[in-house]
Design a protein around this ligand. Sequence first.
Ligand SMILES: *[C@@H]1O[C@H](CO)[C@@H](O)[C@H](O)[C@H]1NC(C)=O
Ligand SMILES: *[C@@H]1O[C@H](CO)[C@@H](O)[C@H](O)[C@H]1NC(C)=O
Length: 485
Amino acid sequence: MINYRCILNKQFFKWCSILSTIITLLTTFYIYTYPSVYPAHCSWHNGTQDEIEVNVNELDHISRAAYYTKRYLKDVYKHNFFGVAPTRGEDNNDPKDIHMLAFGDPQIKGIWPNTGYYSRLDIYANDHYLGHIVSVMEQRLKPSHVVVLGDLFSSQWIGDSEFYNRSSRYLRRLFHRDTTWLKDLREQEHDDNGLYKIDWMKWGQALNRKCEAEKPWDLNFGYSDVHSWDPEKENYLFINVTGNHDIGYSGDTTYQHLSRYNQIFGKDNYWIEYDRDTDHPWRIVVLNSLLLEGPALQPEFLDVTWEFLTQLAERNFEGNTILLTHVPFYKEEGLCNDGPNFEYYPEDYPTEPYKSKLLRSQNHLSEQVTNEVLNLVFYNKKPGIILTGHDHEGCRTIYNKNFDDDTWTASHEATSDLAIQEITVRAMMGQFNGNTGLLTGHFNNDQENWEFDFKLCPFIVQHVWWATKIFLFVTISLWSITFFM
Ligand SMILES: *[C@@H]1O[C@H](CO)[C@@H](O)[C@H](O)[C@H]1NC(C)=O
Ligand SMILES: *[C@@H]1O[C@H](CO)[C@@H](O)[C@H](O)[C@H]1NC(C)=O
C-alpha cells in the first residue's frame, strides 16, 4: 500500500515537472523573442514596404491566431538565422542609416533602511526587467546610438551617496556597463565614511570663473563625429539627458545636483556634429530643458543654457538636427496626455523658505521659450526631429513654423514648409509595457535631407517577466523533488 502511494506521488510530481518545464520553456522563449510579436514595430525602418498586412478582421479566431503565430515564428527565425538586416548605406557609398534606440523615463526607485523585503525584491526585479529590454533590443537591432530621455531616477530629493548607488545600479543592471571607473571615482570623492560625496564648490567655482569672462563663454559644448565614448568596449554612443528627477526643476536645482550629474553622466548641454563637411551633415543636440526658465534657484544656470543655444545657432550648421530633451514643448490642452501646467512654490513656504515663488514643476516649456528654442535649434530651416520624455503616456505632435512672426504651433498635421515632429517617447516602465523607441534616420539623396522615422516597440507588463522567473524556480524545485523521492 505504502509503495503504491509513493509511486502515485512520484508519477504526479513527474507530470507536474513536465508541465512546469513546458511552461517555463515557452515563456522564456517568449521573453527573449518578444520583439518578433510585432515585427514591423520592432525593426528599423528600411524603406521597403513592411510586409502587406492581411486584413485580420476578416479571419475567424483560429485563422487569426495561426496568422499571428506564423508571423511571430517567421520573424524569430529571420532574426536568429540571418542576423540583423544590413544597414542601408553599408554595402554602397551612401551615408549609413542612423539607428537610435530611445528609452523614456525608467525612473528607478531607491532602497532605504525601512524599505520592506517585498519592495526590495520588486526594485531588484524591476532593474533586471528594464535591463532585459535593453539587452534584447540591443542584440536584435545593433543600434548606433542609445539614448535615455531623462528621469533615470525617481526622485531629485536624494543625497550624494544614494545618487551614486542608483547610478551604479542603473549602469550595471539596465545598461550592462563596466562601472570600475565609478568605484575609482568614489576613491577620490568621498566623505569620512567612504561614501560618495561631490565637491560641488570646486565645480561651481570653475563654472563661475568661466562665466565671468566675456561671451562666448568657453564651456566646450561641441563634439564632432563621436560614434562611441569608449570604442574599445562598445560600438554605439550612449547619450544621457537630464530629467527633473535627476537634477530637479529650475526652482530646485542646486550646484550639488548639477555637479554630481555632470561628474557621473557628463554634460547636460552639448551638440555632436556628424559629417559636417560632406553633402550629408547632421547633428545631435542634447538640451537641458529644465534650466531654460524660472524663477530659478540659481538663475546663473539659465544663463548657461541660453549661452549654449546661442553658440549652437552661431555654428551655422547646414545639416539636419535630432534634438534630444526631457520636457516637451508647449502645446494646447488635448493634443497629448499632459496639458500645459506650471506650478510654483508658495510665497510662504516654511519648509524651505528660500524657494518661495520659484518654479516647482512644469509639464511643458512655456510658449515663449518654445518659440525661442525652436527658432535657435532649427534656424537653418532644415527638417529634423525632436525626442522628449516626461509625459509617460507618449505622444506625437508636429510643430509648424509661422514665418510671419517666428512662432511655432503644435498640431497633429504638417501645415508649414518647416514642420518638425516631436515624439514624446512612451515610458519604458513596466506599467506602460516596457517600451523602446526606434528612430531611423535615412539620407534621401534626391531631397538632400535626412528623413526620420520613429516606431514604438512594446514589451509586456513586468509581471509576465516575473512569472517566467518564478516558473523557472518552480520547475527546478519540482525536478529536484521528483529526483530525490
Ligand atoms: C550606498 O551603498 C553603500 C555600499 O553598498 C552603502 O554603504 C550606503 O549606505 C548606500 N547609501 C545609501 C544612501 O543608502
Ligand atoms: C553618459 O553616461 C555614461 C555613464 O556614466 C558615460 O560613460 C558617458 O560618457 C556619458 N555621456 C557623456 C556625453 O558624457
